[in-house]
Write a protein that binds this ligand. Structure first.
Ligand code: ADP
Length: 307
């Protein structure tokens, strides 16, 4: 039986003003997964890394996503999955989404692409529910579709892939833990009308800037007056990083997912590298270990190759 390898990319969700609705895929890092159909019904998972993630299918996001798919398949169907996580769980760059999305993209390839991309997002959201308690698609959708995606609605699912000009991305992952539950519980449940108006102006500006390839408009629209002022207190050095990255020429950026990673978009690679330098300076001085990535937007999404 054929065996395939899947590269499932990291993703940035909650793109500044686009909280819960806009995400994009990164060229690096990628989880690596190997999959094949199995005579043993159900899902068998093996880890190829040291993160000690659960291998019971209902507790591993890849397994939960595949179990949702199996409900639509003939009884007796089985998948074997091996996962090597290069995206650290809890980093805020879509570690859980990469495993869930990678698993269903791989399974679909083994099944001669029986399902649509939208079906795959629906299955993979069962994985996100295991990771964070709620179904959301702003990491899953870009991981499967590639590029920037707008999730206009979850129920019913309405995904709009967005055109975007070439963009360079710098990510810093300070090695601290921000619990998704904390990041969620500190959010206010009400917003002021004046803030809402400013936010939806920015979201519309961001979408228009991306589709028109207008870098200045993208930069002006990368402003979040609702979530970031509250959440950024969980990330040491956030305000300084943001200010210094702007001085270094970044278009803008903010908290990736629910943190602790912070991302910045730039028009050129040289600016993206300069941004990495200032991020590193801030965290070195504060004395927090960190990891950085300088990469681009991945327009293809999770990728499958025969092995
Ligand atoms: P991220 O924002 O980086 O995706 P999350 O907090 O959303 O991080 O997800 C990580 C959580 O999901 C962890 O609690 C982890 O134990 C759990 N999990 C279960 N299976 C996996 C998997 N295959 N990959 C990543 N995380 C997983």
């Amino acid at each position: 039986m054929s065996s395939i390898k899947i590269y499932a990319p990291a993703t940035v969700a909650n793109v500044v003003c686009g909280f819960d609705i806009i995400g994009f895929a990164l060229q690096d890092p990628n989880d690596e997964m190997y999959m094949r159909l199995s005579d043993k019904p159900g899902v068998t998972i093996r880890n190829l890394d040291d993160y000690n993630l659960p291998t019971e299918p209902e507790k591993n996001v890849a397994g939960a996503a595949l179990l949702a798919m199996l409900e639509q398949l003939p009884p007796g169907t089985g998948f074997e999955v091996e996962i090597r996580k290069n995206i650290k769980p809890g980093s805020g760059i879509g570690s859980s989404a990469a495993s869930a999305a990678g698993a269903v993209v791989g399974a679909n390839a083994l099944l001669d692409n029986k399902f649509s991309r939208e079906d795959l997002v629906r299955f993979a959201m069962f994985g996100e529910k295991v990771a964070s308690g709620v179904k959301h698609a702003d990491n899953i959708a870009p991981c499967i579709y590639g590029g920037f995606t707008l999730i206009r609605s979850i129920f019913p699912l309405d995904i709009i892939p967005l055109q975007a000009p070439p963009l360079h991305v710098t990510v810093v992952h300070p090695q601290i833990e921000v619990r998704t539950s904390d990041a969620r519980s500190i959010l206010k449940q009400k917003v002021l009308l004046k803030d809402a108006i400013r936010q939806w102006g920015n979201i519309a500006g961001l979408v228009a800037g991306l589709t028109k390839g207008d870098y200045a408009l993208i930069g002006r629209s990368l402003e979040d007056v609702i979530i970031e002022p509250v959440r950024s207190i969980l990330i040491p050095g956030f305000d300084e990083v943001k200010q210094k990255c702007a001085e270094a020429g970044a278009l803008g950026g903010g908290i990736s997912g629910s943190g602790p990673s912070v991302f910045m978009l730039s028009e050129s690679q040289s600016t993206a590298k300069q941004v990495e330098k200032v991020m590193a300076e801030v965290y070195t001085r504060i004395g927090i270990d960190f990891h950085t990535y300088v990469t681009t937007v991945n327009n293809g999404g999770a990728r499958v190759e025969l092995v």
